[in-house]
Write a protein that binds this ligand. Structure first.
Ligand code: RFL
Length: 390
């Protein structure tokens, strides 16, 4: 087995791992990323697209904001629609804006910057294992091209997503996982058609939620609610457009431009939080520690916030005195923020989706939407949560 040493091993080259790597590179902290998939696969994965202000700032700090500043679209609010009603939630209420910029582009910007600076990433590894993370000398092993490798390190950053190996390697009695599964999912389409509107819209339709989103002025991302267990093989682009148009409010339906699907997927809506987020010398960040339904546009932003907090802890440690202060508080501080984002995502999902045939539930939603439309305080709360809490 070939053995090497570094300061930090990052498992996973998603946004959390790549951003952490980029911040460590800038700080001159030695590290290696190991990634299950190929570079091409990681580069082309389609997912999130709304960036909160702290995420924009973190990308600036990492030195990867140039293209984002040029190509992202400012999002100064969003539309909440139900029946024949439309309410604009204006982020000016909290004096903030967010930005629309695809996760695919962030990934590409981070990978390009990493290549330029000569950061080491081992793609297409298999059988990643974490060892002795409860001691001061953790190590990671993996296989690549039929050969086994060992990397000794000071810290392990588990940035390997919801199905990764880091969290699963922790003895069961040391981790508590809080889970909630919504009884539905989202069917998504990505298409090179002009968006219905530059305002992202969350629409409560009696037959189920739909969202109009966008990635640029020429690329649209649309979703609607489908029952739990729905299979992608039953859907093609034509069927998607027909159902989407049927659920759209009249004011938007006539603007819908259909086109071939670049990508279609079904995402189950779930929340899961694992606590703590630190196990000795191994730290979990991003989806490895928590997932949320995409309704609140939080998943990517939470991954970025964790990665930055972990970076601050590692920077303090390597600043000279091996001070563990910020690393010791990483889990508690992160979870305090995580739970608020989980709550907001859960609440937005409850407000906008069809849950049952019981008409009482719909009346509760309509009453809440009516209240929000009349209350600046309620709209401010939504804007404050959407733009990101610390
Ligand atoms: P990622 O992006 O899942 O990256 C984890 C990386 O770890 C790798 N990996 C391993 N590497 C080495 N060894 C192993 N054993 C490994 N196991 C896994 C994986 O290949 C991968 O490259 O986690 P990260 O970095 O924490 O980033 C989180 C975000 O990607 C995620 O929260 C969001 O994309 C969630 N999400 C959305 N969030 C939003 O805010 N808005 C959205 O519209 C939105 N849409 C989505 C989404 C997530 C989706 N997935 C995961 C089902 C749509 C989809 C389809």
């Amino acid at each position: 087995m070939e053995t090497s040493h570094t300061q930090v091993v990052i498992i996973g080259a998603g946004p959390a791992g790549l951003l952490l790597g980029q911040l460590l590179l800038k700080q001159g902290i030695d590290h290696v990323i190991v990634e299950l998939r190929s570079a091409d696969y990681v580069r082309s994965r389609v997912r999130a697209g709304v960036l909160e202000e702290p995420t924009v700032r973190a990308l600036e700090e990492a030195g990867v904001s140039e293209r984002m500043e040029r190509e992202s679209l400012p999002m100064s609010g969003f539309d909440l629609m139900w029946e024949d009603r439309a309410l604009h939630i204006d982020f000016a209420l909290v004096n903030k804006i967010t930005r629309v910029y695809g996760q695919t582009k962030i990934t590409r910007d981070l990978m390009d910057a990493r290549n330029t600076r000569g950061g080491i990433t081992h793609y297409e590894v298999s059988d990643t294992q974490v060892h002795d993370f409860d001691t001061a000398r953790p190590w990671v092993t993996y296989e690549k091209d039929g050969k086994r490798y060992r990397i000794d390190c000071d810290f392990i950053a588990g940035c390997d997503g919801h199905h990764g190996v880091s969290r699963k390697s922790v003895p069961r009695e040391q981790v508590q996982t809080y889970k909630y599964a919504f009884p539905f999912g989202w069917l998504a389409i990505l298409a090179d058609v002009p968006p219905i509107s530059e305002q992202v819209a969350w629409i409560n339709h009696i037959d189920g939620f739909l969202m109009c989103s966008l990635r640029s002025k020429t690329r649209s991302r649309y979703y609607f609610q489908v029952p739990e267990g729905e299979e992608l093989k039953h859907w093609d682009a034509d069927r998607f457009w027909a159902e989407y148009r049927r659920r759209l409010p009249e004011s938007l339906a006539h603007k819908l431009v259909a086109g071939p699907a670049l990508e279609m997927s079904i995402t189950p809506l779930r929340s899961s939080v694992s606590a703590p987020m630190r196990f000795g010398r191994m730290f979990l960040a991003g989806d490895a520690a928590h997932i949320v339904p995409p309704t609140g546009a939080k998943g990517l932003n939470m991954a970025v916030a964790d990665a930055r907090r972990l970076y601050l802890g590692l920077r303090q440690y390597y600043a000279g005195g091996h001070d563990l202060g910020l690393l010791d508080s990483y889990s508690d501080d992160s979870l305090a923020r995580v739970w608020k984002a989980v709550r907001f995502s859960w609440w937005m999902t409850n407000l906008t989706h069809r849950f049952s045939d019981n008409p009482f539930n719909r009346q509760m939603q309509l009453a809440e939407l009516e209240y929000i439309s009349q209350s600046v305080a309620a709209q401010t709360t939504i804007a404050e949560n959407f733009c990101g809490l610390n």
